[in-house]
Design a protein around this ligand. Sequence first.
Ligand code: ADP
Ligand code: MG
Length: 280
Amino acid sequence: MNSNPSLSASPLIRLEAVSKTFTLPDGRAFEAVKSVSLDMAEGRVFGLIGKSGAGKSTLLRMINLLERPDAGRVLVDGRDLTQLSKRELRETRQGIGMIFQQFNLLQNASVYENVAFPLKLHGNRGRAAIEARVRECLEVVGLTEKIHNYPAQLSGGQKQRVAIARALAPHPKVLLCDEPTSALDTETTRSVLDTLREINQRLGVTIVIVTHELSVVHALCDHVAVLENGQLVERFDVDDHATPRVSTLGRELAQEQVREDILKEHAARIEAAGPTSQAA
Ligand SMILES: Nc1ncnc2c1ncn2[C@@H]1O[C@H](COP(=O)(O)OP(=O)(O)O)[C@@H](O)[C@H]1O
Ligand SMILES: [Mg+2]
C-alpha cells in the first residue's frame, strides 16, 4: 500500500525541478522559483503557502504554463506541457481553470457573457448548449438570478462566484486559485470556500490554492506545500499531527489547528450539557 501522497503512481500534476528567473528592471537576475518538485494527486485540495514574494503565484502559474519555467518539466494528466505546440497547449488549458484575487471579469460583459466566454472561445458548441452550460455553472455557484447583471452591479463575493463559474464552464479537471478570498471579508470568504469545497467534493475537481491565510488552509486544504524564497521547504497532510513541522508557517498552522480543535470541543461540551449549563 502506498500511503505517501508524494509517491503516488500517477499524480494529476507533477512539477519536476521547475525553476524561474526574472530579469529585474535594473538588469539583475532574480531567481523566483528554485528547482521545485511537487506531485499533486487527483481529487484533492492542495494549498501552496508562504510569505509574500515566496514564489507562490509564479509556481501556480507554471501549472498552466502562464509562466514558462526556464528549467524542469510540468506534467498535467501525463502530458508534458513544456513540449506542446501552441494549439495543443490551448486545448490542454481548457482542462485547467483559474481564478484570481481581483476576479479578472470582463467589465463590459454580463454575467452570462463572462461565463460563456471560454465556451465561445473554444467554440464547437451551439448556442443552446452554451446557454445550458452557463446556467449549470451559475447554479453550482448559486448565482442564477444574476445572469443578466454586469460585474459593477455585484458584490466582491458575487464577482468571485462568476469567476468560479467561468473557470468551471469548460469542465476542467483542475482549478488553480490565486489568493481567491484575499479581497473578501470573513463571512464572504467562508461562503466562497464552502463553494470551492463543494466543487472539489461533488464535481471531483482537483484544486490548487495559493494563500497566505492559514484560516483558508484550515478550512479547505487536504495537503500543503510551504515555499520560502522560491524553495519548497516542506509538505504535509493537514490532518497529519504526528510528523513535526519544520517551517514557521507549518508550525503556526499546527497551532491554529489545535486552537480550533479546543474551541470545537468546548462548543460540543456546552451543547451536550444543554442550554441551562451556560449560566452555571
Ligand atoms: N514578471 C516578473 N518580473 C520580475 N520579477 C517578478 C515577476 N513576477 C514575479 N517577480 C518576483 O518574483 C518573486 C516571487 O513572486 P510571486 O510568485 O508573485 O510571489 P508570491 O505569490 O509568493 O507573493 C517576487 O519577489 C516578485 O517580485
Ligand atoms: Mg502571489
